[in-house]
Write a protein that binds this ligand. Structure first.
Ligand code: HEC
Length: 83
């Protein structure tokens, strides 16, 4: 099989799995309404971001309370890709 087609197929199968997972509740867009992740969360580890995202004293974060660590991790992985 032609290599380009093979690579295309791989990409397609990867994204068709990843997109439904992200589309559910872990839509990175919900953080972008208020945040500029690269600037706002500079120097923070994913663990610190998850903790801050669910800190109960932040009224603006009410929607985040419903998210699991796993969902937040997915979102954060998209917004600030690991180097
Ligand atoms: C409705 C607006 C809003 C949304 C949506 C929102 N945040 Fe925030 N977030 C805030 C505000 C306001 C602060 C406090 C900023 C400050 O103290 O300067 C904050 C603070 C934070 C902080 C601490 C660092 C900082 O920027 O001050 C983190 C980390 C964070 N948010 C993560 C998230 C994540 C992850 C999401 C998406 C799952 C999210 N936030 C969605 C409003 C929002």
């Amino acid at each position: 099989m032609n290599k380009k087609i093979l690579a295309g197929l791989c990409l397609w199968s990867v994204s068709s799995v990843a997109i439904p997972v992200l589309a559910a509740d872990s839509d990175p867009q919900q953080c972008l309404e208020c945040h500029e992740p690269i600037e706002d969360w500079a120097g923070m580890t994913p663990e610190q971001i998850i903790e801050a995202a669910r800190a109960p004293d932040n009224k603006r974060h009410e929607a985040n309370m419903a998210l699991t660590d796993e969902q937040l991790r997915l979102i954060i992985g998209v917004l600030i890709p690991p180097k």
